[in-house]
Design a binder for this molecule. Structure first.
Ligand code: PLP
Length: 395
């Protein structure tokens, strides 16, 4: 493993996970191994590999060399003992919950989690007799109270989607440890460049790799990191249930991650500049960005994050009707459901994070219908601001 204490994040995102692999025919890049299975000349070696007593691969639903290189790269960036990957971010989330929870268990989480995660909490876990307690996102008294009542798992996400709230991971992880609960943190919005939850007390950190890790909106996947014992447990669940990451998508992630730090630093800068500019625009009601001093969780964001991230949201005067006019006028932004890629992406929660919810549910979650989620790309900042200015002039 690359020495994580002396090597920077950009070096790790380029070289991490690549040096321990035998490169095919002296290629400098990790090859895409499409093979479903791996062949052995003798039964004893085959058996040893199958029992994980010798290195190697058996069947690509379990492990695959390209997929392994991606997992190792992320493991190094999150300074973890182990990592395993999945066909999507939602597969990572559902496999973590499936591997650790059983009927009669109780999970404590927050109301502002990703829309899909929220669906699992509200619709899929209760019929399995798993009690889900969703707290007000930054109400520490309520969250700590519910943790103290006893739970097997504390599930957090910070920054949240699409309201961009920040939660104190260290404080809540400490509370969860007291009752012996496992702490899981969705780190998709922050990326390992801006935040490392394992160092703040989390047991499992997870990512939708489809967002910032890949960075080019052309591959779907998920990944989790943690201790070897915990990751093995989820790996076993996934290898049997089969939500495996494909080698081609793993390759896209490996290539995308070589520029992870460059991209994220630029996105941090662009998001900050856009947030500041929007804040003083007369058509804008409110801007949610943790880098702004006015953000209610600015202090905790400054403590636990190295950068404030590329995601912000803002509400426009005139609500949904106004954003229906203004968003299509943007030249340098896709109106789309994804985020974290090199292009700027915009959309309302209505068609993105909270498409699964009714208008009433969105209102109950404190999400105005006129909110815009803005994922800053790596374009030139002057162009992003000029673009926003001309689009807002139609209001
Ligand atoms: C997109 C996203 C997910 C789900 O990931 P997929 O790869 O789309 O399945 C989970 N959490 C967060 C915060 C996300 O943004």
């Amino acid at each position: 493993m690359t020495d994580q204490t002396s090597v920077g994040q950009s070096t790790l995102s380029i070289w991490g996970g690549e040096q321990e692999h035998e490169l095919y025919e002296r290629s400098t890049q990790v090859p895409v191994v499409h093979s479903v299975s791996f062949t052995y000349k003798d039964i004893d070696t085959w058996h040893d590999v199958a029992l994980e007593k010798a290195p190697g691969h058996i069947y690509s639903r379990n492990t695959n060399p390209t997929v392994r290189a991606f997992e190792d790269k992320l493991k190094e960036l999150e300074s973890a003992e182990a990592a395993t990957s999945f066909a999507s971010g939602m597969a990572a989330i559902s496999n973590v919950l499936g591997a650790f929870l059983k009927p009669g268990d109780r999970i404590v989480s927050i109301k502002d989690s990703y829309g899909g995660t929220n669906k699992i909490f509200n619709n899929f876990l209760p019929p399995l007799n798993i009690d889900v307690c969703l707290c007000e996102t930054t109400d520490y008294a309520q969250i700590e109270d519910e943790i103290d009542k006893g739970c097997q798992l504390l599930y957090l996400e910070t920054p949240t989607n699409p309201t961009i709230k920040i939660i104190d991971i260290k404080r809540l992880a400490a509370a969860a440890k007291k009752v012996g609960a496992l702490v899981v943190v969705d780190n998709t919005f922050a990326t390992p460049i801006n935040q490392n939850p394992l160092q703040l007390g989390a047991d499992i950190v997870l990512h939708s790799a489809s967002k910032y890790l890949g960075g080019h909106a052309d591959a779907l996947g998920g990944v989790i990191c943690g201790s070897l014992a915990l990751i093995k447990q989820v790996y076993h669940y996934r290898e049997i249930n089969g939500a495996t990451l494909s080698p081609m998508d793993a390759y896209s992630f490996i290539r995308g991650m070589k520029t992870l730090k460059l991209r994220v630093e630029r996105q941090n800068q662009n998001a900050m500049a856009v947030a500041r500019w929007l804040q003083s625009h007369p058509q804008i009601e409110q801007v949610n960005y943790p880098g702004l001093e006015s953000h209610p969780n600015h202090d905790i964001a400054s403590q636990q994050m190295r950068g404030y991230g590329g995601m912000l949201s803002f509400s426009v005067k005139g609500g949904l009707d106004a954003i229906k006019i203004f968003l299509p006028k943007l030249k340098y932004a896709h109106m789309a459901a994804n985020l974290g890629c090199v292009e700027t992406v915009v959309g309302p929660p209505l068609t993105t994070s909270h498409v699964e919810c009714s208008a009433e549910e969105r209102a109950a979650a404190g999400i105005p219908e006129g909110l815009v989620r803005y994922s800053a790309g790596i374009e030139d900042i002057e162009d992003l601001i000029t673009d926003l200015e001309q689009a807002l002039s139609y209001l």
